[in-house]
Design a protein. Sequence first.
Length: 349
Amino acid sequence: MFTRLRLKNLTVFQEADFVLSPGLNVVIGQNASGKTHFLKALYCIAASLSVAGKRQSQDAPSKAVLQATIADKIVNVFRPESLGRIVRRRQGRERCELTARFSDKTLNISFSFATQSKSEVSLGRVPGRWNDITPAYIPSREVISLFPNFVSVYENRYLEFEETYRDLCLLLGAPAIRGPRENRIKKLLEPLESAMGGSVFLDKNGRFYLKMPGQGNMEMPLVAEGIRKLAMMARLVMTGTLTDKGMLFWDEPDTSLNPKLITHVARFIMALAQNGVQVFVATHSLFLLRELDVLHKSKKYKNVPGRFFALHPNDEGVKVQSGDHLDDLDTIDALDEELSQSDRYMEVQ
């Protein structure tokens, strides 16, 4: 699991130091404050170090292989014209530096690249092994309705989709888990299936359906978008990606969800963290933020470690505030805007 991430000159970040929780990590901020870039930076590192799909998995990572792997992942996830384009924009040459620390120190890594870099990074510290955890990145829009043949088309045609979509489709298409872990999986699925009003299944033709008791099977494109987002999470639980251990990076889980479904999502996120999954959530929804904070303070989840981050853009980049609880944050932009709106509403009344 990640324990720390240091960023220097990455897009909007001049310099930032994130001390991370092994359980729940929530980052909140207004648009263009760097929430998504924070998630993507972590995901690129986690995916580059993941042993999944690597032919060289039996060997320790070599410097040459890892340099190419990281550079490709960053370019394919961030989608800049060249690697150097995600270095913070200032006059003259600048260098972007990233340092990640893990609970297992053999995975620690640091690397950098400059404004003029096209497709190469320079490794400062090389990890001693590959990681056996496969991370999952969930973009702000649902992907399950795009699933049929998406991976084959993506790998043979040029599509304007970030590689996170391709990675997620590979995870969604993995076989469902059978055996000793089934009971734990069923327990995690219960609140999701209750919220969806049915269960998810993948047919032999590679299409997902929502199986609804008494109503038959409904094709995913006909299901409401908010329910499709829950269906993705249910499938990732069924395949074992999000069970005993794992890493989840979820960008704006509240998008297209009404408050009732957001409460289900918040409980699911806390249940994952309680079961050993390291969760990273980026949002600007005050409702989701408060719901997570309420659950985090509740008796049921009081032993789940958590960390809250507030990002505030300024002339020097982005200021980062953090704390173990929401109350530890001095300023929350979403809360300030809600209070301001309440004042305007009262004036109108």
